[in-house]
Design a protein around this ligand. Structure first.
Ligand code: 6R9
Length: 785
């Protein structure tokens, strides 16, 4: 039984652990260390002179906008009506083309006017690297849910001054069996005041599955497509309407109940991107069970470790999956994990196995009678109606294990009500979601992005979601755009690593598809370097689609810092400004907040509804990892800069910072400089011991297809970094890398790169979770080239 008890105590205040940030001071930078971002004011931009000539009335034209705010959101912004009238008057004298420049003269940060206007407007290409601002176009803002910075400011202000009022107005739009008590939010975010805890909507009784499915069916959207599923092989596809999805979820929920799964019990799900994966998650939520999805690229050992930690009654899996041209026998991995956990005293009674016929037939699947059950044999026999288990807002919804800096994964625990309200709201605004949208997020449900933005956030909004089973470059690098055209995808949300890899394969794979349905793009998982951002914007989005670069974490549940696409200009590579209710702060090594333009450690002041509540079974580690390093704040583990316009730039994990001769250098900065070289497709930088400088910079570099390795290119790459960051940041070593060791979610495994860089080849550790373990041997072979 999983309970979100927050009462673990006995934590010694002031204790630093391996999860704490390094204690060395990050020198605030005079200019923002923003990847390959440029701000050369001397060069000419095609619009610069005209825009500078305009006197800014400092308001936005949102009276002209017809949008779909609900009543409570109107209330949230009600105080703006007089300003609106003024804005409308002043607009009469202004041409449409210049209106955005005027209206954006005041930034959400309150930083004042943007001094540089090397800008384009949506619809115009970012032709030169000096273009560092992309304004929402008139057309985009006119239809946007949040059409101006001012509107955002009004709502943001209320969200931090009156979080209870702000969030309960939004929460009221969901179905609650009974409302929460008088206290909307109760928290202690300051370790110095005792145990850290967070509660939102406590006492409110609801069910997230009901809100995702029944509520949409009841409101007349039962025939709307909930999921379009595209198989690994072209031509294999399927879809489910909201009504059909509800029926299938109910059948699985009834099965789970029948085998004795009850509210609070853990269920482990080890499935690939079949529709059965979100179906299984929703079925658990329907009966109050706590799902723990394990990404189906994890090894048997990792799966066993998670099974032993949360002790599920049942494991849900499938026999095999085809990804690209490879068949992966998932059931064999589950068998090995179950026997490993049984050896350690944790036996699982039932293993519900989906027969994934496109990959493997049941006849050839290894089977353990009594424990294993074919999904197709039992699930369809259950009723398509299943009463929901009404749960408290603070009852656990799911566990998701994530890596920390120790070997033991952390079981991040999210509860129901706050997570529901937060994922739905962030999804809606950051993607400017409209009911007519077709939304595709390439993430796997094995990661938080697949929880919050494949499953819960979109379904809570009644969206149509595309799910793709296969590899994004199978059978060729045009597959994503083929899928976009096939389903007329309007919102495409992916990871920078995929953007860079597709960029490397060349524009032709993109441009042979229309992509004209696309209207909003999104990025998540790591900082997106400006050159990848530009390519994504110019080539994939035909310069027409804003990019929502969403910074958030497994722990945060939903977006924390992200562009609201109609509300303010984007800067390539910046996640821009905080979402409603989020109060980011940048602190120095002593935990002192730094104001204005600076860089340091990114923390968050006070809670937001989607935050995690504890680490399962280890509340002490929760407090030690996240709340002790900088008392009074949640510590994200990320480094961050804020530029003079108030934009936030995530610079990577603070443990990925290299100290060269006393200079702290973000690996992401060096990587971005390298990637800005036209012949460099991707780069990963790690620190290595250096007898003079303390640490040296070691760069793994993947070249654009067809470019040969040469000493001259090596020198050019080093010069590029010297020129862009400074001589102190010049890599000591460039290691040619035909590929980089990445997890299946696309994260580069720097641990392995550090070992290769320092030639500790006998300490490479577990490489089984890599998307392509063969990459490691290639890198070793090229070590002395
Ligand atoms: C959602 C997710 C979290 C870490 C986070 C940060 C990095 C995620 C980012 C980003 C820069 C973004 N990260 N989004 N860095 N810009 N837009 O990825 O969760 O797997 O827990 O990773 O990913 O370093 O701390 P998770």
């Amino acid at each position: 039984m999983i309970s979100s008890s927050f009462t673990a105590g006995g934590v010694g205040v002031g204790l630093r652990t391996h999860d704490s940030p390094p204690v060395t001071y990050i020198k605030p930078l005079l200019t923002p260390p923003i990847l390959d971002h440029r701000c050369n004011n001397n060069k000419k931009s095609k619009f610069r002179s005209t825009r500078r000539a305009v006197k800014a009335p400092q308001t936005q034209a949102f009276l002209l906008v017809s949008h779909s705010f609900s009543q409570s959101e109107h209330t949230a912004a009600a105080s703006s009506s007089s300003v609106l009238g003024m804005a409308n008057c002043s607009l009469k004298t202004t041409t449409n083309h210049l209106r955005h420049v005027e209206s954006m003269a005041v930034l959400p940060s309150g930083a004042g006017k943007i001094p540089r206007l090397n800008a384009v407007i949506l619809g115009e290409a970012l032709a030169s690297e000096e273009d560092d601002l992309v304004f929402p176009s008139d057309d985009f803002a006119r239809q946007a849910l949040l059409p101006s910075a001012q509107k955002y400011l009004e709502m943001y202000k209320r969200s931090v001054e009156d979080p209870a009022g702000f969030w309960s107005d939004i929460a009221s739009q969901f179905l609650w069996k009974s409302k929460w008590g008088d206290t909307v939010c109760s928290e202690n975010f300051d370790i110095r005041n005792g145990n850290v805890y967070v509660q939102w909507f406590k006492g409110g009784i609801t069910n997230i599955c009901y809100n995702c499915l029944d509520r949409n069916v009841d409101s007349g959207n039962g025939d709307k497509i909930a999921f379009h599923w595209e198989g690994n092989e072209r031509g294999f596809h399927d879809s489910l309407t909201y009504t059909q999805l509800l029926s299938q979820v109910c059948q699985v929920a009834n099965y789970l109940r029948d085998i004795g799964v009850k509210k609070g019990d853990a269920v482990v799900i080890y499935l690939p991107m079949l529709m059965e994966l979100p179906i299984a998650m929703l079925a658990c939520a329907r009966i109050g069970a706590v799902h723990s999805v394990v990404f189906a690229g994890f090894s048997a050992d990792s799966l066993a470790q998670r099974i032993m930690d949360c002790k599920p009654k049942v494991v849900l899996t499938c026999n095999a999956v085809k990804r690209g041209s490879k068949v992966i026998h998932l059931k064999d991995i589950v068998d090995a994990a179950l026997s490993e956990s049984a050896k350690n005293g944790i036996s699982v009674d039932a293993c519900l196995t989906y027969e994934n016929r496109s990959a493997m037939m049941r006849e050839t699947t290894k089977w353990q009678d009594g424990r294993d059950i074919w999904w197709q044999d039992v699930v369809p026999t259950y009723s398509t109606i299943c009463e929901v288990e009404w749960v408290d807002a603070e009852d656990p919804l799911f566990l998701l294990y994530t890596s920390g800096s120790t070997g033991k994964p952390k079981g991040v625990l999210h509860t129901t009500g706050g997570y529901m309200v937060y994922t739905a709201t962030t999804f809606k605004y950051a993607f400017d979601y409209k009911p007519s949208d077709i939304y595709w997020c390439t993430a796997d449900c094995g990661w938080i992005t697949g929880h919050s933005y494949v499953t819960y956030g979109p379904l809570l909004n009644g969206a149509t979601v595309v799910i793709y089973e296969g590899a994004p470059n199978y059978p060729d690098p045009g597959r994503c755009w083929d899928i976009v055209d096939k389903f007329k995808v309007t919102i495409f949300y992916t990871a920078p690593t995929l953007v860079r890899s597709l960029m490397r394969d060349g524009d032709a794979y993109v441009t042979r598809y229309s992509r004209k349905s696309l209207r909003v793009l999104g990025s998540v998982g790591e900082p997106i370097n400006p050159s990848a951002w530009r390519w994504f914007f110019n080539v994939v989005g035909d310069s027409r689609c804003p990019i929502s670069d969403t910074w958030w974490q497994t722990e945060t549940g939903g977006f924390m810092i992200a562009p609201l696409p109609g509300a303010w200009p984007q800067k390539p590579g910046s996640a821009t400004f905080p979402f409603f209710g989020v109060q980011p702060v940048i602190v120095d090594e002593k935990g002192v907040e730094i104001e204005g333009e600076c860089s340091g450690y990114l923390c968050v002041k006070s809670s937001w509804p989607g935050t995690f509540r504890t680490l399962y079974g280890d509340h002490e580690r929760y407090e030690t990892t996240y709340f002790k390093p900088f008392p009074g704040y949640y510590f994200s583990g990320d480094g961050c800069s804020r530029d003079k316009d108030g934009y936030y730039w995530l610079t990577g994990r603070v443990d990925d910072v290299i100290n060269v001769s006393g200079h702290r250098i973000g690996t992401a900065e060096v990587e971005s400089a390298l990637v800005s070289h036209p012949q460099c497709a991707e780069a990963a930088v790690v620190g290595v011991e250096h007898e003079v400088k303390g640490q040296g910079i070691y760069a793994f570099v993947t070249l654009v297809d067809g470019i040969p390795y040469s000493e001259e290119l090596r020198r050019n790459l080093i010069t590029t970094v010297r020129n862009q960051i400074g001589p102190f940041a010049a890599p000591d070593r460039i290691h040619w890398a035909p590929g980089l060791p990445k997890t299946r979610s696309g994260k580069i495994m720097r641990r392995i790169l550090r070992k290769i860089a320092s030639r500790q080849l006998d300490e490479l550790g577990d490489t089984s979770t890599l998307a392509d373990p063969g990459v490691v041997d290639q890198l070793i072979a090229l070590a002395d080239c």
